[in-house]
Design a protein around this ligand. Structure first.
Ligand code: KIV
Length: 280
């Protein structure tokens, strides 16, 4: 049994006033570094679709792809909690299928928890989350901008802008409260004004994890490729901590030059025939 960060560890850190950290990862080498870097949670996001598999948005990610990514991260993560992000329509069509798919993240891919996006007043999702938590599947909510509903919302718009006391913001707060009642252990709050982030955080007694939700939330999450400068985009809500695109491009160019100029392989990269007397 792995001794990774548990729901109760997350709660203890939250109650001690620690700000929680989460990053996405989609494969073992990156997850190894993210884990060693000390995050509390690794989200195997459905953002793998656009940040890892070359799609335009998160919708095409399949259950099999999500499970394969999660299993790779599970093999790499020693300390951080691994959260499997349930793909578009892998939940919601029926209770039975939703529970089975959530269970596959735990049983087949080694996830410690799952995450589901919830629309304002998303009754269906809230019912599913209620069932999952009753069955012992730690579940993270996700409200605000929910990319799986992008075609319905019309784009990655900032939720709650200019309408802090409006019905839309009240709906967000109520949805967060309903998620808390359904038993989520954390709530991701994506792309909302800082004031809305604060209102939701004050309204619930579960940690809120913000991405583009300002400073007054209980934790932060970023998409790994954006923060590493690895084919990601420079979004206002993100911060780039490295420029891996340049590093990788430079390394590839150096390799191509070395091979073309006969610098690689060098003598130290070559094998001699076995000398039976000395090598055996
Ligand atoms: O899939 C993802 O990367 C996410 C984060 C943006 C929270 O859901």
């Amino acid at each position: 049994m792995q001794d990774r960060t548990s729901v109760s560890d997350i709660w203890t850190r939250y109650e001690n006033g620690e700000t929680l950290t989460m990053l996405t990862a989609y494969d073992a080498p990156i997850a190894t570094q993210v884990d060693a870097g000390g995050v509390d949670m690794i989200l195997v996001g459905d953002s793998a679709a656009d940040n890892h598999l070359g799609h335009d948005d998160t919708l095409p990610l399949t259950m099999e792809e999500a499970l394969s990514n999660t299993a790779a991260v599970d093999r790499a993560a020693e300390d951080a909690m691994v959260v499997g992000d349930m793909p578009f329509l892998s939940y919601g069509a029926s209770m039975e299928e939703s529970v089975e798919n959530a269970g596959r993240f735990m049983k087949e891919a080694g996830a410690d928890a799952v995450k589901l996006e919830t629309a304002p007043h998303g009754e269906t999702t809230i019912e599913i989350i209620d069932r999952l938590t009753e069955l012992g599947i730690p579940t993270m909510g996700h409200i605000g901008f929910t990319p799986q509903r992008m075609h319905q919302i019309g784009g990655p718009y900032i939720q709650g802008r200019g309408q802090t006391s409006s019905a839309a913001v009240d709906e967000l707060v109520e949805t967060a409260e309903r998620l808390e009642e359904a038993g989520v252990f954390t709530i991701v709050l994506e792309t909302v004004t800082e004031e809305v982030g604060k209102r939701v955080t004050e309204a619930v007694d579960v940690p809120t994890i913000g991405i583009g939700a300002g400073r007054y939330v209980d934790g932060q999450v970023l998409v790994i490729t954006d923060m590493l400068g690895l084919g990601g985009e420079a979004f206002k809500l993100s911060k780039q901590y490295a420029d891996l695109d340049s590093e990788i491009r430079g390394a590839v160019e150096d390799y191509v030059d070395d091979v073309k100029e006969g610098e690689f392989p060098a003598e130290e990269n070559t094998y001699e025939p076995l000398d039976e007397e000395t090598d055996n």
